[in-house]
Design a protein around this ligand. Structure first.
Ligand code: AMP
Ligand code: MG
Length: 352
């Protein structure tokens, strides 16, 4: 992005802040990014090599990129450009996006991009692996709850029940790049998987450009590139559920891996002492409460980590852990409401 466009983008971030994005969430995300940067960069003075980093606002969240061993800020500008393109393709609410066209197709076939087709294929894999816990056809519920803008209105049971008959992955068909929804009122939402997929694509681009050290942080979806200079693993903080964004319950050291966390505290409202949050049970249409307060997935692919963090949150500790233990190269940390930490067999952590 040229310099002038970049400053326009930054101005638009703060315009968004003034015009409706919840200030508390924005500020706590910024604070988290600041602390994360501090945590990740460690002793900066020891490392005299070049480094570029920048912060932006995409996918309704704060994003941050840091690249070591280069001073080429054009790489970051290109990544922001890619994020803008993915947003235009995958957003549920942006008119003309692939997802918007699918959701407004009234049952007619829609031709989509290779990226959208790849994401739907991956979503189907996780729908099947999770026995329906991860289901991108939850969009009719998402529209009713509208956690993005909801000031605290609990939808009527009748409207959730009415939406339920339009939800279910079998209503969606993908044939090559052609998507068809059997039910004109069915719709999809890629919010549970898109950020991970985009992070993987950004990393592939950066690695192709010769970057061997850095990280991509899409609103807490972390994807590391290699290690810190000096072959020091990245130390990624895992947030204490419902605490201040800066309150880290534990941390994990990674080399080139993705660390993705799903939790109710990321998007919720409270009404009459009850918390209503954005991770929904596809079978009921209501927020999932099963004793979990977050799930973190460690994987090489961030798309896998993203889908699995959402899926495992819905599945709960027992079934979620069973799924993780059945998968090669994927580890998980489940945090229960009592703040107990439950690790999968090979999750790297201190045992004392
Ligand atoms: P994440 O933060 O990755 O767990 O994603 C949560 C987002 O995924 C929500 O804000 C919804 O857009 C979407 N979502 C909610 N429940 C589900 C579900 N059961 N399966 C797939 N996507 C979901
Ligand atoms: Mg997810």
């Amino acid at each position: 992005m040229p310099c002038s466009e970049k400053s326009k983008h930054k101005i638009s971030i703060f315009r968004k802040l003034r015009s409706g994005i919840p200030c508390g969430r924005f500020l706590s995300a910024l604070l988290l990014l600041f602390l994360l940067s501090f945590c990740l960069s460690g002793c900066r003075k020891q490392d005299s090599s070049a480094q570029v980093s920048d912060v932006g606002f995409y996918f309704d969240t704060v994003v941050e990129l840091r690249l070591n061993g280069t001073d080429d800020s054009k790489l970051i500008e290109e990544c922001f450009k890619m994020m803008g393109q993915y947003e235009s393709l995958l957003s549920r609410t942006r008119e003309g996006s692939d997802v918007w066209r699918i959701n407004h197709s009234a049952g007619e076939p829609v031709e989509v991009s290779d990226d959208t087709a790849a994401l739907i294929t991956l979503a189907q894999k996780y729908y099947e692996l999770s026995d329906g816990a991860f289901d991108i056809t939850i969009a009719p519920y998402v529209t009713i709850w509208d956690f993005q803008n909801n000031p605290g209105n609990v939808p009527a049971d009748a409207s959730i029940a009415a939406a339920r008959i339009h939800v279910g992955f079998p209503l969606l068909h993908l044939d090559g790049n052609i998507v068809t929804l059997d039910d004109p009122r069915a719709a999809i939402d890629l919010g549970g998987i898109a950020k991970g997929y985009i992070a993987d694509r950004l990393k592939a681009y950066l690695v192709g450009e010769g970057i061997t050290s850095g990280y991509i942080n899409l609103g807490g979806n972390m994807l590391a590139i290699g290690t810190k200079p000096g072959d020091i693993p990245w130390n990624i903080g895992i947030r204490k559920p419902f605490a201040e964004a800066s309150d880290i319950i534990t941390a994990v050291k990674v080399n080139g891996l993705s660390v993705v966390t799903s939790g109710p505290y990321e998007r919720y409202f409270e009404k009459n002492g009850t918390i209503y949050h954005h991770i929904l049970d596809p079978k009921s249409g209501y927020p999932v409460w099963n004793g979990l307060s977050s799930v973190t997935i460690l994987s090489s692919s961030s798309a896998d980590g993203d889908a699995l963090s959402t899926a495992c949150f819905v599945l709960g500790l027992e079934r979620g852990m069973e799924l993780i233990e059945s998968l090669d190269g994927i580890e998980a940390l489940f945090i229960t409401d009592d703040e107990e930490l439950h690790y999968s067999s090979n999750f790297p952590h201190d045992t004392d």
